[in-house]
Design a protein around this ligand. Structure first.
Ligand SMILES: Nc1ncnc2c1ncn2[C@@H]1O[C@H](COP(=O)(O)OP(=O)(O)OP(=O)(O)O)[C@@H](O)[C@H]1O
Ligand SMILES: [Mg+2]
Length: 340
């Protein structure tokens, strides 16, 4: 499979009054052609920082480093901001930001904002560009008449869909979506997810998606491959089926319990007690140690390395050989009731 995005050992550290915030701290993953990669994790684990780093929306005071950050084999780190904006942004990689509410310019009609992007980057004339936008509005489920409306006339869900349309106007090969459905009502969420699937099916070019959310059920429905992020690191990365059927990391086991599955709605939900560590702390062992019911001494002493546990299935945990036992225990409420 052709690699669209290839990230190796990416780190983004912010400067703050409390010290260095290691918001992204050694992340590696790849996204293939036509693949949806879902990135899930609790609030504050660094999801937006990761994509803001790719999109160059990070404050200049932050430090960014990586062994590799490539789009279709092209090194993104060595590109100047100007050539990133001119050659990559929108045409190759586009972003639907977390706060789509504020991303549209309030003084321009929504349709014009989309058309402008096409006029600025292609040879199409105004009528042709307008046709493209009309088709895309249809794809995301907005009536053509709404192209003439201003952002304040749109509901939250409509703005999300308008941003989605806008992110697709230049037919990028990678669309990054930061919480595209969070805060929307369930029906709107479902429609957007359905539209996304349709867009991918209809897309003649390859369309890969990096989908970010803290809702594991959205991720499960949409993704081919999933990364579970915790405190700036990827704890587990695997193809969706493998992650749900054979999870390894205790954090994944806990997250899985915290969300209802259709089959067992009556089951009591177990959520993981405690909260993620402060990202300015220097932690010598596993970042999940304090909340992990299965930790032993080494977990506090040494950071676990990435281990390939099965084909395309990567886990950072010291205790992978005991996983069968943990899978059983993780379903019991008592397992998660402990204090350290
Ligand atoms: N500009 C900044 N300066 C300093 N720290 C920051 C800055 N932006 C984010 N952070 C910190 O970096 C960490 C990761 O934040 P980020 O927004 O990437 O998380 P997230 O996973 O997207 O969370 P959410 O699910 O709430 O959107 C948090 O601790 C946050 O407080
Ligand atoms: Mg975020």
């Amino acid at each position: 499979m052709t690699q669209i995005l290839n990230i190796k050992n990416l780190k983004t550290h912010y400067q703050s009054a409390e010290g260095v915030v290691k918001a992204v701290d050694g992340i590696s993953f790849t996204i293939g052609e036509n693949q949806v990669f879902g990135l899930a994790g609790e609030s504050g684990c660094g999801k937006s920082t990761l994509i803001r780093t790719i999109m160059r929306l990070i404050p200049k005071s932050a430090s960014v480093s990586a062994d590799q950050l490539q789009f279709k084999g092209k090194d993104l780190l060595s590109l100047s901001d100007v050539s990133f904006r001119k050659n990559i942004l929108w045409q190759n990689i586009s972003l639907v930001p977390q706060s789509a509410m504020n991303a549209l310019n309030p003084v321009y009609r929504v349709g014009d904002q989309c058309t402008e992007a096409i006029l600025a980057h292609t040879d199409l004339n105004k009528a042709e560009a307008s046709n493209v936008v009309e088709r895309l509005f249809d794809v995301v489920g907005l009536q053509a008449g709404l192209m003439k409306a201003y952002p304040h006339e749109f509901s939250g869900g409509m703005r999300q869909r308008a941003m989605l349309a806008m992110s697709l106007v230049l037919r990028p090969e990678l669309v990054i979506m930061d919480e595209p459905t969070t805060g929307l009502d369930v029906l709107v969420q479902e429609r957007i997810l359905r539209n996304l699937k349709e867009i991918r099916q209809k897309s003649k070019n390859s369309l890969s998606i990096l989908l970010i959310t803290h809702d594991i059920s959205v991720i499960a429905e949409m993704s081919d491959r999933i990364g579970i992020m915790y405190a700036g690191k990827l704890m587990e990365t695997a193809n969706s089926m493998d992650l749900f059927n054979e999870p390894y990391h205790p954090y994944t086991l806990g997250l899985k319990n915290a969300f209802p599955s259709i089959k067992s709605l009556d089951r009591e939900l177990i959520s993981i007690p405690g909260s993620p560590p402060n990202l300015t702390r220097n932690i010598s062992g596993c970042l999940f140690y304090e909340r992990c019911p299965f930790s032993i001494d080494i977990c506090q002493e040494k950071p676990p390395q990435e281990t390939l546990v099965a084909k395309d299935h990567i886990v950072q945990c010291h205790r992978i050989e005991d996983v069968e036992k943990f899978r059983k225990l993780a379903g019991e409420k008592e397992t998660w009731q402990f204090s350290k």
